[in-house]
Design a protein around this ligand. Structure first.
Ligand code: ZN
Length: 298
């Protein structure tokens, strides 16, 4: 049997948060339903950021309230702090994904907190999560480099991973928020994170800003990581990262992984159609290569 790769779809969150066109709650619900119809089991559906700072993410509570029953799927809410966690609990998210940034300046610009302040919040939220509420995972942001502070070392990433391990976090994601990573840097960070947090499952989150996104995904899979974030159509980016571009495209990742003999459980044609649909909604050509070139064999 083919080894399974789990893809966490982040299009409705990371994908939409940097787009000029604002989607209505109904359009976001339509997008999520179309994605889940392709077989997606875990989806980053909403972000509990301040809608004054990120208007694209307004209506998070309304989106959560409007979703069809889970059918065993998981709807994830992004949280940047205690307030975000509390909103994820109140909105009935199945999972909350807390972002802890690896650099101080990005942390202050993205969520108004230094790394040390974010670690304090992490432990407070993890203690609350142990008592109930959504499953808690942590994404280590700018784990491959910061647009303001420059290089981020594997040791910096490992130090945060160790705090996550101490807090009992079951899943840690390494995020290349600004797309500066390379495949060898992926290997180094995966190894450092495993050593620092031996009890956690690893997930990776790549942006294709400098054309290394899929190479980084392949390196992570080769290193034994079997949970990867991706966004349908490759849309998205971070509003607090200059020149940000989208995540690796879900359909490009599915194509590559399945050509390599892995199974994803996703409907590639459905993903291509959904990428076209969201591209039309956003009024731009989405960057997915597979949608442009077509699948092979046809
Ligand atoms: Zn991202």
């Amino acid at each position: 049997m083919a080894q399974a790769i789990e893809i966490v779809e982040v299009g409705p969150r990371d994908g939409l948060q940097n787009e000029k066109v604002l989607l209505s709650v109904e359009e976001k619900l339509d997008f999520i339903a179309r994605l889940e119809a392709t077989g997606i089991r875990r989806i980053e559906a909403v972000s509990f950021v301040n809608p004054k700072r990120v208007p694209q993410m307004a209506g998070a509570e309304e989106v959560m309230a409007g979703l069809a029953p889970t059918g065993g799927r998981s709807r994830i809410g992004l949280a940047l702090n205690l307030k975000g966690w509390e909103r994820a609990v109140a909105a009935g998210c199945d999972e909350a994904n807390l972002v802890v940034t690896a650099s101080d300046t990005f942390g202050i610009r993205n969520q108004g907190a230094s790394v040390a302040e974010q670690i304090t919040a992490l432990h407070a939220i993890a203690a609350l999560a142990k008592a109930g509420g959504p499953r808690l995972s942590v994404t280590i942001g700018v784990a491959f480099g910061c647009p303001f502070d420059g290089e981020v070392t594997p040791a910096q990433v490992a130090a945060i991973a160790a705090e996550c391990d101490a807090a009992g976090i079951a899943e840690i994601a390494l995020a290349d928020t600004i797309g500066v990573g390379d495949p060898w840097g992926v290997r180094a960070r995966v190894a450092a994170t495993r050593a620092a947090a031996p009890n956690a499952k690893l997930r990776v989150h790549f942006h294709d800003t400098r054309n290394t996104g899929l190479a980084n995904a392949a390196a992570a899979i080769d290193a034994g990581v079997d949970i990867l974030d991706a966004s349908c159509g490759g849309i998205g980016g971070c509003p607090f990262a200059p020149n940000a571009t989208g995540n690796i495209a879900t359909e490009d990742l599915v194509y590559m992984a399945e050509r390599g003999g892995f199974s994803t459980g996703l409907d590639l044609d459905g993903l291509i159609q959904t990428a076209e649909w969201i591209g039309a909604k956003l009024g731009r050509v989405h960057p997915s290569a597979l949608s442009r070139a077509g699948r092979f064999p046809g």
